[in-house]
Design a protein around this ligand. Structure first.
Ligand code: ASP
Length: 354
């Protein structure tokens, strides 16, 4: 690919943004590059002049993001790593359903990236009446040309959010993403964009580029389940999930500030799984705020069972971090240390138990 450092590389992976109608409903389409270039060429001259030139890559076949797996995250990181140095930034067009998972995973794989990687998509295809696609894409392209943005972010519905802090929050509304525990990195509309520089990773901990691209293949077969506890959960159910040999780690979503039933059998299963070297972490089922798992007696059992505090991480950021750490040749102590350390601004504190 020719190197032109002022262009933005667009990587199209599928999703509603580029879908077309079929007899079975919306399906991803392979001709989105032509359709989007045609659309951008038809914009009013003042709008068009604010956009960077683009170069295009697409993953084949384009997919509905509900089909994405850790291998897709790995493949995308490889594409970005291979090409980003030749461009001002990268825009990844992606389905919204698992966009926050991909963004979180990319943040760990592209640690220290020194330019923007902006994920976006749309709630309606580009050509649909009142689609949000054009606004989202235009904003994403403009943020991807900002040298002050040096991390993986999601641009959607007028907001720029840290990728590893974001969640899909709405099934239908245009402002479909939220970042419950970290403020937006930027905002904008078709007339202008604004980066809140003091919130960016480069203002805090970016450091030198140190891309980490381990092979996720060994974890692709469901090795890191996500378990949401409910009142009435029994030890046999946890046992079925956690003591399976294929499981290498798990995220537990517990109550409030970090509580679980004080049932010795449940805590015993957790301790056994931890004792087998499985990496277990806990976050709260509340979307806002952090766990503090030693605060109530009902949470102390988690610490005794070796469960790590996930602080105020999203489920997406916590599961993808477990996968990222388990895919690397690290000993258990180092994995635990890194899990408790903010690597890409995905958690607020490095303390909090474990
Ligand atoms: N099912 C679609 C996807 O995630 C939804 C979307 O793009 O909004 O690919």
């Amino acid at each position: 690919m020719p190197s032109n450092p002022s262009t933005v590389l667009v990587i199209y992976t599928g999703g509603t943004v580029g879908m077309v109608e079929s007899a079975d409903g919306l399906v991803p389409s392979r001709d989105f590059e032509q359709r989007l270039r045609h659309h951008l060429a038809g914009l009013a001259p003042d709008q068009r002049s604010r956009l960077p030139d683009i170069e295009w890559l697409q993953t084949d076949p384009p997919i509905d993001s509900s089909a994405a797996t850790p291998s897709d995250w790995q493949h995308l990181a490889a594409l970005v790593a291979e090409h980003y140095a030749h461009h001002a930034g990268v825009v990844i067009l992606h389905g919204t359903d698992t966009l926050a998972w991909t963004a979180s995973s990319l943040a760990y794989q592209l640690q220290g990236i020194d330019r923007p990687v902006v994920l976006s998509g749309a709630m309606a295809p580009l050509e649909a009446p009142h689609s949000d696609a054009s606004d989202n894409i235009q904003m994403a392209l403009r943020f991807a040309a900002q040298p002050g943005l040096q991390e993986v972010a999601i641009c959607f519905g007028g907001q720029l959010l840290r990728g590893a802090r974001s969640r899909k929050w709405q099934t239908h509304q245009a402002a479909a993403f939220a970042s419950p525990n970290y403020p937006p990195l930027g905002a904008g509309d078709r007339d202008g964009i604004r980066l809140f520089d003091e919130r960016g990773l480069n203002a805090h901990q970016r450091g030198a580029p140190r891309l980490e691209r381990p092979d996720y293949a060994g974890l692709a077969a469901g090795s890191v389940p996500r378990l949401v506890l409910w009142p009435g959960i029994r030890a046999w159910q946890l046992e079925a999930w956690l003591l399976d040999d294929r499981v290498q780690g798990a995220l537990l979503e517990v109550w409030g500030g970090g509580n679980v039933p004080q049932d010795p059998e449940i805590l015993g299963v957790l301790a056994r799984a931890s004792g087998e070297g499985k990496l277990l972490a806990a976050i709260s089922q509340c979307p806002h705020g952090a766990v503090n798992i030693g605060h109530y007696a009902a949470g102390c059992g988690l610490i005794d069972a070796g469960v790590l505090s996930g602080d105020d991480m999203t489920p997406e950021a916590a599961v993808t971090k477990l996968i990222h750490l388990l895919a690397q040749p690290l000993d258990n102590a180092e994995r635990r240390r890194r899990f408790l350390t903010p690597l890409v601004g995905e958690r607020s504190a490095s303390t909090g138990g474990g």
